[in-house]
Design a protein around this ligand. Structure first.
Ligand code: PGA
Length: 261
């Protein structure tokens, strides 16, 4: 794992978007894993701006989102399909048929999990998975005690996730209690992972996930098992990390980061 701390949120976001764009430019038929949430909105705005400046081309890219609420149709403003169309897909030159999310309206939940896993597998697997982290340490909707070997399936959401996300629903109680999510095992199969963590409210969980023990109580800690993960934080989110000096030395001195400093 590599940890990169940028002084501001904007710089952390910008580095994340640049790494994604560079990876796509190196392999146009790219399979990109995407995340939702407030943190990612600025990343998608950056990628859209780069696409409009012809700095990155999505015409051959296929995307797979991490998760979707169960019971929300695509046109519901709180569905992740709606979020993705709104924040990214309508602004870039992607073929919408190449964008994938679990179907929140699927009747057979087990079959939907299997269908999504097969779709990822059939296109050769995910080249790069973008991740945020929830206030309870989740990646995707892999809530505490999710199997670290889990695959795409339905999952009940924790009170912490409910508190974090129900503010977007009107009324808040209309937030679904369950969601489809890629499993931690699905996520760890991605060839590369980039996690972005910003803001002071994530400082405690960031320290637990990156420097604490690997545990299903904090599914973000499973990234410690992945051979090619970069975690990008702003100063506020990095406040409780103990090895900051080391991370900063690596970013300032290792040749692979020279073009991004
Ligand atoms: P946030 O969500 O970006 O809205 O904080 C992240 C997550 O829950 O994974």
């Amino acid at each position: 794992m590599e940890v990169i701390i940028r002084p501001t949120t904007q710089e952390a976001v910008h580095l994340t978007a640049r790494l994604i764009a560079d990876a796509i430019n190196a392999k146009p038929e790219f399979k990109l894993g995407l995340a939702t949430g407030a943190t990612m909105e600025a990343v998608y705005a950056d990628l859209a701006a780069m696409n409009q400046r012809n700095e990155v081309d999505f015409s051959l890219v296929k995307t797979f989102n991490l998760d979707e609420y169960i019971g929300l149709p695509p046109e519901d403003k709180n569905s992740y399909r709606y979020y993705m169309n709104y924040h990214l897909f309508r602004h870039i030159n992607i073929d919408i048929r190449n964008t994938n999310l679990p179907d929140g309206m699927a009747k057979d939940e087990v079959a939907e999990g299997e269908r999504y896993e097969a779709a990822i597998r059939d296109c050769g697997g995910i080249d790069l998975q973008l991740l945020g982290i929830g206030s309870d340490g989740h990646i995707g909707f892999n809530e505490p005690i999710s199997s670290l070997a889990g695959r795409t399936r339905s999952k009940a959401l924790t009170p912490a996730t409910y508190a974090q996300n129900s503010i977007y629903f009107n009324p808040p109680e209309s937030m679904p209690r369950r969601a489809f999510t890629m499993g931690v095992g699905t996520i760890l199969d991605a060839r590369r992972i980039i996690m972005l963590i910003t803001g002071a409210r994530k400082a405690g969980i960031a320290a637990k996930a990156l420097e604490g023990p690997v545990t299903s109580m904090v599914t973000g800690s499973a990234l410690q098992l992945h051979p090619r993960t970069v975690v990008i934080l702003d100063e506020a989110a990095a406040a409780e990390l103990t090895q900051k000096e080391y991370y900063n030395w690596v970013f300032a001195n290792e040749p692979e980061w020279a073009q991004y400093r």
